[in-house]
Write a protein that binds this ligand. Sequence first.
Ligand code: PMP
Length: 309
Amino acid sequence: MSKGNRYAFFGGEIVPIADARISIMTSALHYGTAVFEGIRGYWCEPERRMSVFALDEHLQRLLVNSRFMHMDLPYERGTLRSAVLELLGRERFETDCYIRPLAYKSSCEVGVRLHNLDCDCCIFAVPFGRYIDKPGGIRAMTSSWRRVEDNAIPARAKISGAYANSALAKSEAVRSGCDEAIVLAENGHVSEASAANLFLVRDGVLITPPITDNILEGIVRAFVLRLAHDEGLVATERSVDRSELYAADEIFLTGTGIELTAVIELDGRRIGTGHEGPVFERLAQRFGDAVRGRAQRYADLCTAVIYSS
Ligand code: PMP
C-alpha cells in the first residue's frame, strides 16, 4: 500500500521520500508524543481530477490536537494546506490516495516529557483503496481491550501513543477471525471501532455514541450527522450499551480510512438482516457523491488539486 509515492513534506519543504529521514533518537518515536491526521484524496473520473475531502477540517484538528501535546508548530494552517496540495501536485496519483500529516516531538533526547522539546511536521501521501476490502459488510467482535480514557490519553485527539490501544484491539479482532473491533469505554458503553466511529439504526433512528464516551471526534462522523439531517433522518448522540448493538437493525462504521462500512455480524450474531441496510445504503451513496465532488451542496468540503503539465 505504501508503494508509488515519491515525495514528502519534511523540514519545511518538499523533498524526495528517501531524503525524509529522522534519527532513531527522536523523542516521539519512543514516547508516542505525536499527533497525526488521515485525509483522503479522491481521484474523480471522468474529470480526471484529484479532490481532497475536508482538508481544512483535518488540518484544523491537527493544530488543535498539537496544542494538547504542547507543540508550537513552526507552520501555519495555510502553509500545511499548501504543502498538501503541492505534494499531491508533485505525486500526480491517478487513483484514490491517503494523506498523512504527522506533527511530532523532534528533539533527540532521552526523557519522557512534552516541555522544552522541538517539534516538526511532516506529510506524505500514498495511493490507497478500500481500508477493509469486504464488499457487502464486515464481521466485528467486541474487544477485550477498553478504550483509552480521556483522563489517561485524550481519545478525542489523534495522539500517536493512543494508537497502541487501537492496534491491540484491531489485531486481536483480526487474529480471532474478524475484520474489526468494537471497543467499549471503561464504563461499559460502546465507544467506537479501532480506528472508526460507530453508528447504529433502530426503528429508523440513527444513534451514535457521544463525544463524552471516549471517541475520536471524527470528521466523517460529523459529516454523516450533517448528511442525515439533510436527508430528513432523525439522528441522536447518546450512550449505547453493548447489548443494544445486538438489537440494532443496522450498524455501520465511519472514518476517513474506512469511509462508511456496514457491520453485518457482531460477536457471532447477525445484525439486522445480515446485509447492508437501507439507511446505510442511502448514506453511503450520499457520502460517495459528496467526496467525489458530485454533490454541489457539499462542494465547499472538496479541494481540487492542480496537476500542472
Ligand atoms: N476513531 C479513531 C480512533 C480513528 O483513528 C479514526 C480515524 N481517523 C476515526 C475514529 C474516524 O475519524 P475521521 O472520521 O476523522 O477519519
